[in-house]
Design a binder for this molecule. Structure first.
Ligand code: UDP
Length: 368
């Protein structure tokens, strides 16, 4: 017999669950606090600039898994975009993520052998790096750390890199080849029709109610449905009983400019601490669309999260993980009734493909 599921949040985790549960014969109702589907993946068409705006920051789909790549392509077609941002540090432009071109620009080295030798010279001898700063110094030395990492990371996380885990930066490759692709994955691209279309197709035939805050009526929602898939933050679900978890938020400053191409690339990272934004994104480059006379750019300002703001990133310090561990035991008590999932629900710095993988894994258990 089909069960009645309430899905709280129409981001990737919620939408994948809604689709799969519906296809398996269950009935799903989605509620969404905002006035649109897609969570932070949401895009909208900007006709004047001939592109889709990544309203909550750039999203580049990438995965190494053929299964996940085939899964997402059930809902959309991708272009051949690959992410190759540049860094602006004190007005100079650099190839990024750190690769042989970056080292050539900084030090004039040309071959992989020369780069290896130079890195061996500048690397600091830290046998057991305990944090993000020490890890960088042990891998690439002080100059590269100061140029590309320290300022950006301090702005992004509002923590001294000495207090942050190295896992945050290990997401990025360091290559001694002339390869500036941000990702190592074999599949990568941007949905040709924007991300929102993916969600429209995933949620086809499933009722979605907008402007509904689950937490205002938590207990009656829990009563009305057999199961709840909750994709919001765990601390808010439990009324912050174990204290607040820390998040980072973002503020976006967008400008529609009277020029066909502002910066010649999808993203330029501003790695100096004195410049308050971390990057400027030019949306038309994601769509590989350059026909229009105008362009849309967004400056991304990291900001401290406060109640009511959108949570963008969990802050994975040891202290926050300790608070999350307390919520985890509360979440365990709700097992069988509530599934907590997604970047917020699991308090993990997930990429999109990891969210889909996590959802499909949970669904396997739910659907037996
Ligand atoms: N990072 C950096 N300099 C850059 C870009 C990234 O130091 O120019 C570091 C920073 O600590 C950041 C982390 O690498 O938080 C991960 O970056 P990523 O681009 O994966 O962040 P996202 O796109 O998820 O915001």
């Amino acid at each position: 017999m089909g069960k009645r599921y309430l899905i709280v949040g129409s981001g990737l985790f919620g939408s994948v669950c809604a689709r799969e549960l519906t296809d398996a014969g269950h009935s799903c109702q989605v509620i969404e606090k905002r006035d649109h589907i897609g969570g932070n993946c949401y895009t909208r068409k900007i006709e004047e600039a001939g592109c889709h705006e990544h309203v909550y920051g750039p999203h580049i789909f990438h995965t190494n898994s053929t299964e996940l790549w085939n899964y997402i392509r059930r809902f959309t077609e991708f272009n051949h975009f690959s992410y190759r941002p540049r860094v602006n540090f004190k007005g100079s432009y650099y190839s990024f993520p750190i690769n042989l071109m970056t080292l050539n620009q900084l030090w004039g080295v040309v071959t992989p052998e020369a780069a290896k030798a130079k890195l061996a010279e500048v690397r600091e001898d830290i046998p057991d790096p305990a944090n993000l700063e020490e890890w960088c110094l042990s891998q690439v030395g002080r100059e590269l750390y100061e140029t590309f990492v320290r300022g950006y990371t301090a702005k992004q996380w509002h923590h001294d890199p000495k207090d942050l885990p190295a896992s945050l930066i290990k997401r990025l490759p360091i290559r001694l080849r002339y390869d500036d692709n941000y990702f190592n994955d074999q599949y990568q691209g941007i949905p040709k029709e924007g991300y929102t279309k993916i969600f429209e197709r995933m949620l086809e035939g499933i009722p979605v109610e907008f402007g509904v805050d689950f937490l205002e009526d938590r207990d009656s929602w829990l009563e009305k449905f057999d199961h709840v898939i909750y994709t919001g933050s765990p601390d808010s679900f439990f009324g912050y009983s174990e204290g607040p978890l820390e998040y980072r938020s973002l503020r976006f400053e967008r400008e529609l400019l009277d020029t066909p191409d502002f910066q010649g690339v999808a993203a330029v990272n501003y790695t100096e601490e004195q410049i308050p934004y971390t990057r400027i994104v030019e949306h038309k480059h994601f769509d590989l669309s350059f026909s229009k006379e105008k362009t849309l750019i967004t400056k991304e300002y990291p900001s401290d999260w406060k109640l009511g703001d959108i949570e963008f990133y969990p802050v994975n310090t040891g202290e926050n993980q300790a608070v999350f561990a307390k919520y985890k035991s509360l979440m365990k008590e709700m097992e069988g009734k509530v599934v907590f999932g997604g970047r917020l629900g699991e308090y993990r710095y997930y990429d999109m493909h990891q969210v889909i993988a996590a959802a499909l894994k949970r669904l396997k258990v739910l659907l037996g």
